[in-house]
Design a protein around this ligand. Structure first.
Ligand SMILES: NC(=O)c1ccc[n+]([C@@H]2O[C@H](COP(=O)([O-])OP(=O)(O)OC[C@H]3O[C@@H](n4cnc5c(N)ncnc54)[C@H](OP(=O)(O)O)[C@@H]3O)[C@@H](O)[C@H]2O)c1
Length: 330
């Protein structure tokens, strides 16, 4: 079978490798679709902990169960499934264990024609989505869900700012927050994406390349209750200025690195919180799928490409005009 592996730092290669052999407690999934995450590119660049060469990359995917090892799993055969990329979250729902990893490094991931996973890592594909749409959900959907609801405690009617609307995770955060009845605002570095967000029902938007702060902040009647961010860097201080008293910033990445300073004065005076979050536990993964099914949400797909073009597509994850997920069809 074909699988996309990290062959050296900076290089990913489609290789012919054997189909994995069934083992107790495991199921073999024939992949129908997989999706790219910023994480895959961080790994290619060598900017991720515990990198091992020769690993099949990919955290997101959907497919059909082709074979199972255990008699008790026979009912899964032929079922369309998506794969939970969490491995060893552990017993504490609040925080992952020290044995936690994510599918696709150091464990072989979804960028292969077949994947062997523990039976408890598969879940039925949401019925209203096709495999290409469902493949986009796991990593980004889970991260956005926990950030908004478990870490942000988002309530209907609150003002939430989704920073970097064009990002894969941000797109999920946007649609989840809307479905939850929040007043959703966005920032983006690209005016076309801003127009798109407004058409999709964003209450307001600004281009972070032009404006440090949302220029119509007065319309929010006191600022944002929650900011969801993954860019980090000095812009954190702008969010601190735009939060309502008792507001919070929930961040799941730091693409632009660390802030040079942090406005602690305003933070303590306004009772603000800065909260980190990563992925989500297995229960949250199930809750996220239920939420997507209940609201019949459909992910935003930037482009669908044949799996044979996956290696060259890594360059496109950082393109400024990308909006939503890059998906591969097997
Ligand atoms: N902790 C976790 O569990 C977890 C999970 C997923 C991702 N992450 C991390 O989160 C980050 C985003 O991941 P992703 O998969 O969504 O990546 P992505 O699809 O590549 O999206 C990146 C987006 O970041 C936005 N951005 C860039 N510079 C910005 C700035 N100065 N201010 C605001 N937004 C800015 C851009 O939005 P516009 O195009 O709209 O300008 C861009 O589209 C990455 O660092 C990733 O490693 C962490």
């Amino acid at each position: 079978m074909k699988a996309l592996q990290l062959t050296s730092i900076g290089t990913v290669t489609l290789r012919d490798i054997p189909v994995p052999t069934l083992a107790p407690g495991k199921v073999l999934v024939k992949m129908k679709a997989a999706a790219l995450n910023r994480r895959d590119e961080w790994i290619r660049e060598g900017k991720y902990p515990n990198i091992r060469l020769g690993v099949t990359l990919g955290s997101d995917g959907a497919g059909v169960v082709e074979a199972v090892h255990d008699e008790s799993d026979k009912h899964w055969i032929g079922k369309e499934v998506i794969i939970n990329p969490n491995i060893n979250w552990g017993p504490d729902p609040e925080v992952q264990s020290r044995f936690y990893t994510i599918l696709g490094m150091p464990v072989d991931g979804t960028f292969a024609e077949y994947i062997l996973v523990q039976t408890d890592r598969i879940q039925s594909k949401p019925a209203h989505l096709d495999a290409l749409q469902a493949a986009t959900l796991p990593l980004g959907g889970l991260t956005a869900f926990r950030a908004l609801f478990k870490r942000g405690h988002l309530q209907p009617g609150q003002n939430v700012l989704i920073s970097g609307f064009g990002g894969g995770v941000a797109q999920f955060a946007f649609s989840f927050a809307q479905a939850a009845g929040a007043n959703v605002y966005v920032s983006s570095g690209n005016d076309t994406k801003i127009e798109k967000a407004l058409k999709m029902g964003a209450r307001g938007a600004y281009n972070y390349r032009r404006d440090a702060l949302y220029p119509d902040l007065w319309k929010t009647k006191g600022g944002f209750d929650i900011v969801i961010d993954s860019a980090g860097g000095d812009a954190i201080n702008n969010f601190i200025k735009m939060l309502r008293p008792h507001g919070k910033i929930v961040f799941y990445g730091a693409t632009n690195g660390l802030p040079g300073k942090l406005d602690l004065y305003r933070m303590f005076w306004n009772h603000l919180t800065l909260k980190g979050t990563t992925m989500g536990n297995d229960e949250e993964f199930g809750d996220m799928l239920q939420f997507v099914e209940k609201h019949k949400l459909k992910p935003v797909i930037d482009s669908i490409r044949p799996f044979s073009r996956i290696a060259e597509s890594f360059n496109d994850i950082t393109l400024p005009n990308k909006a939503g997920k890059i998906v591969f069809q097997f």
